[in-house]
Design a protein around this ligand. Structure first.
Ligand SMILES: Nc1ncnc2c1ncn2[C@@H]1O[C@H](COP(=O)(O)OP(=O)(O)OP(=O)(O)O)[C@@H](O)[C@H]1O
Ligand SMILES: [Mg+2]
Length: 291
């Protein structure tokens, strides 16, 4: 017996649908609490990775006001919704940002991506499959408040970056994300979650925050997390956002951007020595549709 999900999964993983070399790495950036700095990290991490020579595309899943295109000062005409309903191709919705950064405006299409209808799936896979030739890394800004859809995106990604601030509510909500990732059904692979602590005053602040999270994950979830790094509290971040210019361009020597460059170097390291599960956009879609 094949249910709808099984059929979709088979279609997504079908070798002939896209000519996938499995080279595109999908990284999701998420947080429990909103407003902790996801969009700022996503945009500037992407720009730092571009400095390292990677071709990067952001899938903007942020439905909030301060989303990726605003942060980059661009106004896209079309979004993933147009791709999903077959009106536009991937090339037509992809916009070019600073330093050649590709941006896929998500709109509410991001939610629909996790529930593609069967008759649209092949077209979507064919289009998304062309990203393999256009980029090395796809970073998804998951936005805030998409609930189980975000969880599905995280589970489908090759890498997850979980952002928090030292603020107790942000930390509690970050723990909530980790818990949600654990309790859902039987997963064949434990998801490696990389934690970044944003808006810290100093290194001790960052490490103490991370340790609080790690202790809770050990004690109550019997799980583990990975400490990816931290970003200092820096007024340059707010100034750059106000000017609709990414930090990497407006204040490339700022303390916050230096931290993001350092995080990018770790991400590049992870990328250079990838775990087995990296399976390109096809692998991502196959996993996304599994849930
Ligand atoms: N390192 C930092 N130093 C100072 N301010 C920061 C820092 N990081 C983020 N901010 C501030 O936090 C605000 C929210 O950042 P951002 O929009 O990136 O968060 P978000 O997690 O994407 O929010 P949402 O959940 O609404 O999508 C920004 O306006 C910025 O001024
Ligand atoms: Mg955001």
């Amino acid at each position: 017996m094949h249910d709808q999900a099984t059929v979709l999964r088979k279609m997504a993983s079908h070798q002939n649908v896209i000519n996938n070399k499995g080279s595109l790495r999908v990284i999701s950036v998420t947080s429990g609490k909103g407003g902790v700095g996801k969009t700022n990290l996503t945009v500037n991490l992407a720009l730092a990775l571009i400095e390292f020579g990677y071709r990067v595309i952001i899938l903007d899943g942020d439905l909030g006001l301060a989303n990726v295109d605003i942060a980059c000062g661009i106004t896209p005409r079309f979004t993933l919704e147009h791709l999903l309903n077959g009106e536009k191709t991937i090339e037509e919705i992809l916009v070019s940002g600073p330093k050649g950064l590709g941006i896929l405006p998500g709109g509410s299409g991001v939610q629909d991506l996790a529930n593609i209808e069967r008759n649209h799936l092949e077209n979507v896979i064919r289009n998304l499959g062309r990203l393999e030739g256009l980029a090395d890394i796809l970073i998804i800004d998951t936005g805030a408040g998409l609930g189980h859809i975000v969880t599905n995106f995280l589970k489908a990604s090759d890498d997850v970056i979980l952002l928090t601030t030292p603020e107790p509510t942000a930390l509690t909500d970050a723990y909530g994300v980790l818990k949600a990732l654990q309790t859902d059904e039987e997963e064949e692979k434990p998801l490696q979650v990389n934690v970044v602590v944003n808006r810290v005053l100093n290194e001790e602040d960052a490490r103490a925050t991370y340790e609080r999270l790690e202790n809770a994950v050990h004690r109550f979830l019997q799980g583990s997390v990975n400490f990816l790094g931290w970003v200092y509290e820096d007024p340059s971040v707010g100034k750059a956002i106000m000017n609709q210019e990414p930090l990497a361009i407006a204040f490339p020597t700022s303390a916050a951007y230096r931290c993001i460059q350092w995080i990018a170097s770790s991400v590049a390291g992870i990328y250079l020595d990838p775990p087995q599960k990296a399976a390109g956009i096809r692998g991502f879609l196959t996993r996304l549709l599994r849930h």
